[in-house]
Design a protein around this ligand. Structure first.
Ligand SMILES: CCCCCCCCCCCC(=O)SCCNC(=O)CCNC(=O)[C@H](O)C(C)(C)COP(=O)(O)OP(=O)(O)OC[C@H]1O[C@@H](n2cnc3c(N)ncnc32)[C@H](O)[C@@H]1OP(=O)(O)O
Ligand SMILES: Cc1cc2nc3c(=O)[nH]c(=O)nc-3n(C[C@H](O)[C@H](O)[C@H](O)COP(=O)(O)OP(=O)(O)OC[C@H]3O[C@@H](n4cnc5c(N)ncnc54)[C@H](O)[C@@H]3O)c2cc1C
Length: 572
């Protein structure tokens, strides 16, 4: 997936075949259907796209317009794009690469709509790759980044597929058109939950790549005078450079560990669901939505901080940082736009808060909501103690969830409908959900560094990194911690001075910490981040390959500049 975040070459891309199309078959097809399609997909004997988003709808899946109408006389579904806005729009590989697609469409049988379901549709001939009859395909045009990958559009004009092409692991339509309910209507969304979970690792890898590039370059680059007459220092010696890069480095580790937890959670909850126990689905959805939203947003911002920390060369494609940024920016929108995903987490938190108010003991990632004391306990805290830092983040999140939920209850008591009260509190709800996810990431980071099986010297470095990540979060969001007096001004000052000490403590291990990501130059694709540090020679070689350098005097001189100069000189 890290490679996917770099631009893909050649106008085709099968990233989505691997991360969306094939997992959809794995998760939503019956055993019978897997026998038919899964091996073909795994062997790339067919290439697929995950065709859900339309020109008019991406977030609101229940609003999708593509229809799949069951015809019992022929036992077929008729796939149709009834409007321009129902055109499938964005799916990776859909325009030029894929010959199959799982198409999310509103299922109609016996005149009733049963909502969005997935259907397997062949879209191109396996002989000559021409679009199948009734299918119109194309690329949606240049994008912010990853223009090597085709993101396509598709229209269906009453395309008929066999009944067996409905992915029927959860819901079914019998030959006579009877619809059989799934255990939960949200199981049709299960592959999105899976993919969001993988985005946490994609974010970690992207931030790991960016910090590798920026830290290594910051050891090669020497600039300015720290003391008059002394040699120019490595720019990593400046505290401001450490303050830019080390919190991003710590976040990369934090997100890497969070993705371990996400993968483990996804496995155990979907395992239970296979046995019919759906109880973990809501927590899994809330966690994957919140973590995806939080980690991709922090990563995109963090990559741009790394780019700026590399000066002009960071802005060059030679650095690899613009491509990384473009890829990470995509992760903020794709697979559930970040705002909408964080609101899904907020919805779950408000529900859990109400349950805890009614006396239910909460478990899992929200357990702290019922355990945290509402009243602040001010006093001199040891701001370098991980337990203290975790408790501060949990207190902050619990306070903000409570505040947002009570605000919403207040609005409803004033007579507002629930939906209106929700909307008028949604900024508070988003901030509370972000605080919740942030507290989870900090707690998980702290628990991982305390339990992971490593040499004690490595544990010490990881502990410093976890302290740095937490202290940075407290100083960056000081107001949230000061608001109810849980932390005092003195605590925040102590946090700031500990943070400065952590920057100095991490400095000697910074290169080792990025080397530990073990990202090969071929993955980094960065002249600045080269393992051998030979930046300048390779920057010059890279520049010489620029297409503009194919000729000494570019053709544009003769076409535009020469006549322009001539006419100006003639006027002198
Ligand atoms: C460089 C190149 C880069 C690389 C590029 C990298 C590759 C890019 C790959 C991108 C691939 C794609 O984008 S594929 C397309 C991705 N699209 C999306 O993710 C669409 C996002 N939208 C959605 O998932 C849905 O519309 C929602 C969740 C926002 C709303 O769904 P809804 O059905 O309206 O549900 P809603 O009314 O909000 O909530 C009703 C109840 O359902 C629950 N619920 C909602 N969803 C789920 C769920 N998945 N699992 C369990 N429960 C759920 C709620 O918690 C709630 O429970 P209760 O409170 O009632 O108990
Ligand atoms: C690089 C890339 C790859 C993609 N690949 C695929 C793919 O392979 N398959 C596929 O099916 N799709 C794919 N997508 C599409 C992607 O899933 C959608 O873009 C995404 O779900 C957002 O939907 P939208 O674009 O319609 O934006 P909208 O849903 O229109 O959102 C626009 C804005 O409205 C806001 N908004 C919407 N609803 C709410 C709400 N309820 N509350 C508050 N604010 C709201 C959003 O926050 C957002 O800021 C891809 C997109 C990108 C960028």
């Amino acid at each position: 997936m890290a490679a996917a975040l770099q631009t893909l070459g050649g106008g085709i891309g099968i990233t989505l075949h691997w991360i969306a199309f094939t997992p959809t078959i794995e998760q939503q097809a019956t055993e019978e259907q897997k026998k038919k399609w899964l091996k073909l997909a795994q062997d790339v004997a067919i290439v697929g796209a995950y065709a859900q988003t339309e020109m008019g709808h991406g977030t609101f899946v229940r609003g999708l317009e593509t229809t799949a109408t069951y015809d019992p006389s022929t036992q077929e579904f008729v796939i149709n794009s009834p409007t321009l806005t129902s055109t499938k729009w964005w799916p990776g590989g859909l325009g030029k690469t894929a010959n199959h697609a799982t198409v999310m469409a509103q299922l109609y049988t016996r005149g009733k709509c049963y909502g969005p379901h997935n259907f397997m549709v062949q879209i191109r001939s396996l002989e000559n790759h021409q679009p199948c009859p009734g299918v119109t395909l194309g690329d949606i045009g240049p994008k912010m980044e990853s223009n090597g990958n085709d993101n396509g559009f598709a229209r269906f004009d009453h395309v008929r597929i066999p009944r067996e092409n409905m992915l029927m692991k959860f819901a079914r339509v019998e030959a006579d058109g009877t619809y059989v309910q799934p255990p939960s209507s949200k199981l049709a969304y299960s592959n999105m939950v899976y993919l969001r979970g993988t985005f946490v690792m994609s974010a970690a890898q992207a931030l790991a790549s960016a910090t590798t590039i920026a830290v290594r370059y910051s050891c090669v680059r020497r600039q300015s005078e720290m003391k008059p007459g002394e040699p120019e220092p490595q720019i990593l010696e400046y505290q401001t450079q450490q303050y830019k890069l080390f919190p991003q480095l710590a976040a990369a580790y934090a997100f890497w560990f969070a993705s371990w937890f996400m993968t483990q959670q996804h496995g155990s909850i979907t395992g239970s669901m296979e046995k019919g126990d759906m109880s973990g689905l809501a927590e899994l959805h809330a966690l994957s939505a919140g973590l995806k939203s939080y980690t991709t947003a922090v990563t995109a911002r963090g990559i741009d901080v790394c780019r700026m920390a590399c000066g002009g060369h960071g802005y060059s494609h030679a650095s690899g940082l613009p491509a990384l940024f473009g890829g990470a920016a995509a992760l903020c929108t794709a697979e559930g736009e970040n705002t909408v995903m964080m609101l899904q987490t907020a919805r779950y938190l408000v529900k859990c808060f109400a349950q805890s108010q009614a006396g239910k003991r909460l478990t899992g990632t929200v357990a702290y909501l019922s355990a945290v004391q509402p009243s602040p306990v001010a006093g001199n805290r040891n701001m370098s103690d991980l337990g203290t830092l975790v408790a501060a983040f949990q207190h902050r999140a619990a306070r903000m969830v409570r505040h947002a939920a009570m605000q919403m209850q207040g609005e409803m008591q004033k007579g507002k409908a629930r939906e209106d009260a929700w909307n008028s509190c949604s900024v508070l709800l988003i901030k509370a959900a972000e605080a919740h996810v942030h507290s989870f990431v900090v707690r998980n980071f702290a628990e991982t560094v305390q339990t992971v099986e490593v040499d004690e010297s490595v544990r010490a470095v990881l502990t410093s990194l976890c302290q740095l990540y937490s202290l940075y979060g407290i100083t960056e969001h000081a107001g949230d911690f000061l608001k109810d007096g849980y932390l005092t001004g003195r605590d925040i000052d102590a946090a700031s001075s500990h943070l400065s000490a952590m920057l100095a403590r991490v400095r000697p291990d910074a290169v080792a910490l990025v080397d530990a990501f073990d990202l090969h130059d071929k993955i980094l694709r960065s002249v600045l981040g080269r393992y051998d540090g030979r930046v300048y020679e390779h920057l010059y070689e890279w520049a010489k390959k620029s297409p503009l350098n194919k000729s000494e005097v570019h053709e544009s001189y003769y076409k535009y500049l020469q006549p322009f100069l001539k006419s100006n000189r003639a006027k002198l």
